[in-house]
Design a protein. Structure first.
Length: 391
């Protein structure tokens, strides 16, 4: 297994120091690391508590901390702060997701560090950007609720968070976009800057299409389970195999004709009242029962084969754990071999990007607590005696 940074990766040579935990901050770091940046994760003594989460949090650390090196520091001690400042002085990028003002009180805020390192790009991942809410404590689920995403996901009266840390991860992606923009500006100006990304504003961006729908139609968007779809056939259907469902979408007039011809729905396809998409949307109650009856008489595999040959959008309904064996992910390099903290080998999704036809490979496995401390301290110029004292 390769364990050194690939100099051919896009961000090779970029040095990142990450003061973060949970999902949003680490997601910024893992994207940069996968793209080739050298990312040093600063953990508290004993390790990031995220390592020990149970239940739905058990996968946070292994998913978002590969390709990083680990060092544990006591930021409340003069020695730990000294190491943190040396790390920041040589960094191109700093990532943090503590409560607002926490690092500044320790002398690790942007202004203090930029004075010694004017090229530093300082990325803060927060709950809220500047405004009345900026000092509130936020979590992914908090902002999904207050930002309307949970309302849109669940049925009426039953707000439901999305089935992933979608705001944490997307917010981290916006943080990366800001960092890359700041790096490009630094190429021109020679100076760094401060980047902030936030959960609430990310949620607002994600539901912006529903806000625009209200502006365009004058009617508030309905939750997804009861929405009026933009297409007549855009739904989950039962098949002849009990428990095997299939999503199918027919999203253009051309696809409608292809669909009706291929499945023998001659009367539907020939009906001039159904020729245009918006006509079909208004006639869903007439169209869907016929389609449901047809699909309910066919095995899912036969439907999949036919729909794929026609080039129509479809998807078998899958669970996340079934993706371990997904042939597309397995054969395309979409799953990366890693060793989780208990020593067991597994495969987790890689960055969903190709560069020059290649997927991003593992550079470093998920780090053990403080695994790289001695090597990092030597790189910072500490003597063996100083390293021994710090240990």
């Amino acid at each position: 297994m390769q364990q050194v940074n690939d100099e051919n990766l896009p961000l090779a040579g970029i040095r990142v120091v990450e003061f973060s935990h949970m999902v949003m901050g680490p997601s910024v770091g893992v994207i940069l690391a996968d793209l080739g940046a050298e990312v040093i994760k600063v953990e508290p003594l004993g390790g990031d508590p995220t390592r020990k989460l149970l239940g739905s949090g058990a996968g946070y650390f292994p998913m978002f901390n590969r390709n990083k090196r680990s060092i544990c520091l006591d930021l409340k001690s003069a020695e730990g702060l000294g190491v943190a400042r040396r790390l920041s002085a040589r960094a191109d990028v700093l990532i943090e997701n503590f409560r607002p003002g926490t690092l500044a009180k320790l002398g690790l805020g942007y202004e203090a560090l930029a004075a010694d390192n004017p090229g530093l790009i300082y990325c803060s991942a927060k709950g809220f950007l500047k405004g009345p809410y900026e000092h509130r404590t936020a979590l992914d689920e908090v902002t999904q609720m207050m930002g309307g995403l949970a309302y849109m996901t669940g049925p009426p009266g039953r707000p439901l968070r999305a089935g992933s840390s979608v705001v944490d991860i997307t917010g981290g992606m916006f943080g990366v976009i800001g960092i890359l923009a700041a790096l490009e500006r630094r190429h021109r100006t020679g100076t760094g800057g401060e980047v902030k990304c936030a959960l609430y504003e990310t949620t607002a961006f994600l539901v912006g299409q529903h806000m625009a729908q209200k502006a365009v139609t004058g009617k508030a968007a309905q939750p997804m389970p009861v929405r009026v779809s933009a297409w007549a056939i855009y739904d989950v259907f039962e098949t002849a195999n009990e428990g095997e469902q299939l999503f199918v979408g027919v999203v253009s007039d051309g696809q409608w004709k292809t669909f009706c011809d291929a499945f023998g729905l001659t009367e539907l396809g020939a009906n001039p009242d159904f020729a245009i998409n918006n006509q079909r949307v208004l006639a869903r109650d007439a169209i869907l029962p016929q389609v449901r009856a047809l699909f309910g008489s066919m095995p899912r595999e036969a439907l999949v084969e036919k729909l794929e040959s026609l080039g129509l959008p479809f998807a078998p309904i899958a669970r996340p754990d079934e993706l371990f064996d997904d042939p597309h992910l397995v054969q395309s390099g979409g799953l990366i071999d890693v060793q989780i903290p208990d020593g067991e080998a597994t495969r987790l999704p890689g960055l969903p990007i190709e560069f020059d036809g290649e997927r991003m490979a593992l550079q470093r496995d998920i780090p053990a607590v403080n695994q790289h401390a001695e090597a990092i301290l030597r790189e910072l110029g500490y003597t063996e005696a100083e390293i021994g004292a710090l240990a």
